[in-house]
Design a protein around this ligand. Structure first.
Ligand code: ARG
Length: 566
């Protein structure tokens, strides 16, 4: 595709008397409206070099510049030189490029030869997989797809929370009140009950906490009974989690959880010792981070058991050795900001220059309309329930709207799940939000089903119009404002994807495809397609075709299916 911004740079460079290209590029702005051009070059900073007023510079340069056939107009307005893209040229380059690249439109090879790890979801076993987990799961999956799309060799890691004092708690609770049969029948709920009960009792009776610590220590020491129980809890939990991952259409390349690092801990602690980082504090081993304005990192407890932080440090070192990553991304809630700052600092203090390649991608909290989620008190909304409900209510809507649709169940799943993922990825990830059933199940306005429906409508137009993507068209016929408006958005799609990657922000893509969807519907309402005369009809069908393609690619990067019928 022609890079028009680069064409502006080249055109100015030719007449710029030694201005370098990077500088030129930094002076190019996007005007607030298209009547002022597609790009504007600001001449303020040139006043010194040219010893002239910016207005005058703009005026003189505008005359000298030769934009070739890329621009239909180049004019100066005050201190700016405005560039108007040649619309026929824009239309042709966009359409040809989408036609040629198909579902690869917007991908690049900027990640070639580079390894990116995306760690996401990472729920704690024996705990409900609740609505709070959807964020990391869905944002992470999208980032994985975006990185892969840009040529990175990318791996999906699920750092299961399968270790820590809470397993001491569960083992102790199971030994007191556990009922194997009940757990087999309904694992997560029964384990949750045990967990809640244990916490309640422990508030009255301190010694229970001691017991929990004892059993975790036994687990770390390899006590067989403890290990067997733990392994069983892990298995049943993973089975439950996989139901949700299947519904969401999400897979992982590794489920290496915290426990995996258990035997790597002594080596790491020794390394910290040798590097002179460890200090003793009330029997525990810590790393002082006062110089960096942070509380100390707790590395080892006084009873010798290791901590969450230590396991993250060991995991990062292992990942560097095992994968030799260029980027090691963690999609984890903003409540853990300090935790990530601390351990990444420790990695740096250990002398590892790749500390900079470890990136925490935080996101805001989900709460319920009547307060916060709390596993400890058993206040949870199960993610599986949310997904099943969304599918069921979509099916109901479809039975009303389109009762003759084939494979209704399959489509209801794609649309119901799509609605949830889309809503999740619509807002800037850092924002907190309140979960609402009503909003999640609504199909009106800027939602996933709206985009999917538009995609399906485009498909039906193509079928009715007997469209053939190899047909030749007259590009110049697509010249009204609604057509050009849509084409401009398609042109900017690849930039939106790169932006999403640079900022670890899938919502940039979500927003962009909503814009495309709106522009498409505007075009569809103002420009007849099937009833247009032959040449115009072919050209418009082509625009329908390329739009459908970009919507499909965009939805795909979010982890959402694009059914052809709904
Ligand atoms: N299991 C943790 C939790 O549910 C999240 C793990 C995040 N990843 C990490 N490497 N610390 O809070």
């Amino acid at each position: 595709m022609i890079d028009f911004k680069q064409e502006v740079v080249e055109a100015i460079f030719e007449v710029g008397n030694g201005l370098d290209k990077e500088e030129i590029e930094s002076l190019i702005e996007i005007p607030p409206s298209y009547d002022m051009g597609d790009y504007a070059f600001a001449c303020f900073r040139l006043a010194k070099t040219y010893r002239k007023a910016p207005n005058l510079i703009a005026k003189e340069l505008a005359v000298e510049i030769d934009g070739g056939d890329c621009f239909q107009k180049i004019e100066s307005v005050g201190p700016y030189i405005n560039f108007f893209i040649n619309k026929a040229k824009l239309t042709k380059t966009v359409i040809d490029s989408i036609r040629e690249r198909g579902t690869e439109f917007g991908s690049t090879d900027i990640g070639q030869g580079r390894k990116a790890l995306v760690e996401f979801s990472s729920p704690n076993i024996a705990k409900p997989f609740h609505i709070g987990h959807i964020r990391s799961t869905v944002i992470g999956n999208s980032l994985y797809k975006i990185f892969k799309f840009q040529g990175f060799d990318t791996e999906r890691l699920n750092h299961l929370g399968d270790y820590g004092t809470q397993f001491g708690m569960l083992i102790a609770a199971y030994r007191k009140w556990g009922d194997m049969e009940a757990i087999e029948a309904d694992p997560i709920n029964e384990l949750l009950k045990l967990y809640v009960k244990f916490n309640e009792e422990a508030e009255k009776d301190e010694s229970l906490k001691e017991e929990a610590r004892y059993w975790f220590k036994e687990l770390e020491n390899g006590n067989e009974d403890a290990l067997e129980l733990w392994q069983w809890i892990r298995d049943v939990s993973l089975k439950e989690f996989n139901k949700v991952y299947n519904l969401l259409g999400i897979e992982f390349d590794s489920y290496t959880g915290e426990s995996f690092y258990s035997d790597k801990m002594p080596g790491v602690i020794e390394e910290m010792e040798q590097k002179g980082l460890l200090e003793e504090s009330e029997g525990a081993a810590i790393i002082d981070l006062e110089d960096y304005g942070m509380p100390p990192a707790l590395i080892k407890k006084s009873d010798g058991s290791t901590l969450y932080t230590t396991r993250d440090i060991a995991a990062a070192i292992y990942r560097k050795e095992h994968y030799n990553f260029n980027k090691n991304i963690y999609v984890v809630g903003s409540q853990q900001n300090l935790h990530f700052k601390q351990w990444i600092k420790v990695i740096e203090l250990m002398g590892y220059d790749w500390a900079d390649d470890c990136v925490h991608v935080p996101f805001g909290m989900v709460s319920l309309e009547d307060g916060t989620l709390s596993t400890r008190r058993g206040r949870v909304v199960f993610l599986e329930d949310v997904l099943e409900k969304a599918i069921a209510s979509t099916l109901k809507i479809m039975e009303e709207r389109n009762p003759d649709l084939d494979n209704k169940e399959e489509v209801a799943k794609e649309v119901g799940i799509g609605a949830i993922i889309f809503q999740e990825l619509f807002n800037n990830r850092i924002k907190d939000y309140v979960f609402s059933w009503e909003r999640t199940l609504s199909f009106e306005g800027e939602t996933g089903p709206y985009v999917q429906y538009t995609h399906a409508r485009a498909n039906s137009l193509l079928q009715k119009g007997n469209f053939n993507p190899d047909d030749a068209i007259d590009y110049a016929l697509l010249d009204n404002d609604d057509e050009i408006g849509l084409i401009r958005l398609l042109y900017k799609f690849p930039d939106a994807v790169i932006d999403a990657l640079d900022r670890y922000e899938p919502s940039i893509i979500t927003r962009h495809i909503i814009e495309i969807t709106k522009a498409f519907n505007k075009f569809y309402n103002s420009c007849p397609v099937l009833s247009a005369e032959k040449e115009l009809k072919s050209a418009r069908l082509m625009l329908v075709y390329v739009t459908k393609m970009v919507l499909k690619v965009g939805l795909g990067l979010l982890g959402i299916k694009a059914p052809d019928r709904m």
